[in-house]
Design a protein around this ligand. Structure first.
Ligand code: ZN
Length: 461
């Protein structure tokens, strides 16, 4: 089926010329974009399809259309544990310490339901591709539970098989109850790659290997995961240099900075991305730039946990691939992807002055930047041959009143809104602001019930 979107007030392409097309149009056939340009230049063959009713037509008048936003870091199961009182006002290590036992009561159904909720929230906020880093698997939970949810929601998904193996008794941070055996982790990782990983262009599902962090796995697991990932051409992901305590742990345990530690394990390259890197030093930035190692910048989470201001301006100037992540919902209790773009822009300004990041630079990080971080060249832009992932925001909302002279910047400067339309892989998944792939009320009802079950299980045991 051919899909034609017409008359966008502005079509933001993020193509090589970074064209912003007034009265823009695009054509998608199946999963791929065939053409983008001004509506009055729509090629005749597509006009003919419209006239004979052989194309699905979206009228985008009054809308700004942008490439679907790419979320490079999340823990979707945490949607069940937002605003937990014991984890509201503490830094990373205490925050984790106060949540691990709660999370140890997760069930497969909870993983599935929270992934659906998190994806609905992301999709409504402009995101079309997301990674998710699931790193604990209590009570029979598996990565398969979140993969099934992604397939139901119709979201492009990079499912990161997280892991923790270094329990408290061995000098790690997590309690022993939530860690797994390393041989099992590697076996399960291989199973998931073989069962699900699709490396093809326009792939809707890729598997990623993602030991959780230097303080929750061993060196050996980091090393073995890298070997396994490279043998199968899948990406690697973990947390790195999140705050001062994280850096202190690395220096104390390994005698290395986080960047040196990553390099010593082979955890650099275009197939690797690290979340946070708030405390990545100049040497680390140079290393990441040289090797094409990516960073998932999570501004809300970094503010929420008072981790600091990641040196994103310096990273971008040096050529480090940087994408955005909302991070898990227990450290950013609002997973609004366009909102995250806004916070990224604002936070760099707090750290480095008003010219540190423009609205368009922030949007570019959230689209092309995210694509690069996920090691993809088929998403992040609206151009011929790219995946048909785009979203439209209705500019006739109160949030954008008075900002009509620069609607593209308005998307980032003004209060973030929800999308009017979302198309993922050529399929309309949101129309008129309504999610079409799931019954949102039902998803939220199930989620509410399970969140309260989780709390009861944790606090009554
Ligand atoms: Zn995280």
């Amino acid at each position: 089926m051919t899909l034609i979107a017409l008359h966008a007030d502005v079509l933001v392409t993020m193509d090589e010329q970074r064209r912003e097309i007034a009265d823009g149009a695009l054509v998608a056939e199946g999963a791929a974009i065939q053409w983008a340009g001004p509506t009055d230049q729509l090629p005749q063959q597509y006009r003919a399809l419209m006239e004979t009713g052989q194309a699905q037509v979206l009228n985008m008048r009054g809308k700004v259309v942008i490439p679907g936003l790419v979320n490079t870091h999340h823990h979707m199961y945490q949607s069940l544990t937002r605003a937990v009182p014991a984890a509201q006002d503490v830094e990373l290590f205490d925050w984790l310490g106060n949540l691990y036992m709660l999370w140890s009561h997760l069930t497969p159904q909870m993983v599935h339901a929270s992934t659906q909720t998190a994806m609905a929230e992301l999709m409504l906020s402009g995101c079309t591709t997301s990674s998710d880093h699931l790193y604990l698997f209590p009570n029979g939970s598996r990565l398969d539970d979140s993969i099934a949810a992604a397939q139901q929601m119709g979201m492009r998904f990079h499912a990161a098989r997280g892991s923790m193996s270094l329990g408290r008794s061995k000098g790690g941070l997590p309690p022993d109850q939530v860690v797994e055996d390393e041989a099992f982790i590697l076996r399960d990782s291989l199973r998931l790659i073989q069962q699900y990983h699709d490396s093809s262009r326009h792939s809707m599902l890729r598997v990623v290997l993602a030991p959780c962090s230097p303080f929750s796995v061993t060196r050996e697991l980091m090393h073995q995961s890298a070997l396994l990932a490279r043998a199968h051409g899948v990406s690697l992901h973990t947390h790195l240099a999140e705050n001062e305590n994280d850096v202190a742990f690395s220096r104390e345990k390994f005698g290395l900075t986080p960047a040196q530690y990553a390099e010593s394990l082979g955890w650099v390259g275009r197939d690797v991305w690290h979340a946070h890197c708030v405390k990545l030093d100049a040497e680390g930035i140079a290393l990441f730039a040289r090797t094409g190692t990516g960073v998932a910048h999570c501004p809300c989470s970094n503010m929420r946990l008072a981790s600091g201001i990641a040196p994103v301006r310096h990273m971008c100037d040096a050529g480090v691939p940087v994408g955005l992540g909302v991070d898990g919902s227990a450290s950013n209790d609002g997973a609004h992807m366009l909102g995250e773009v806004r916070q990224a822009m604002l936070l760099q300004r707090v750290g480095h002055g008003p010219a540190a990041m423009s609205a368009r630079q922030a949007l570019e990080i959230a689209t092309l930047g995210g694509a690069r971080v996920l090691n993809r060249d088929d998403i992040g832009a609206i151009a011929t041959g790219m995946s048909a992932d785009f979203v439209a925001f209705d500019m006739n909302q109160i949030a954008y009143a008075g900002a009509g002279h620069d609607p593209v910047a308005a998307l980032v400067f003004c209060t973030p809104t929800q999308v009017h339309t979302s198309v993922i892989n050529g399929r309309v998944v949101i129309a008129d602001g309504q999610l079409l792939t799931a019954d949102l009320e039902q998803v939220l009802g199930t989620h509410r019930t399970l969140a309260s079950q989780l709390f009861k299980a944790a606090y009554q045991s």
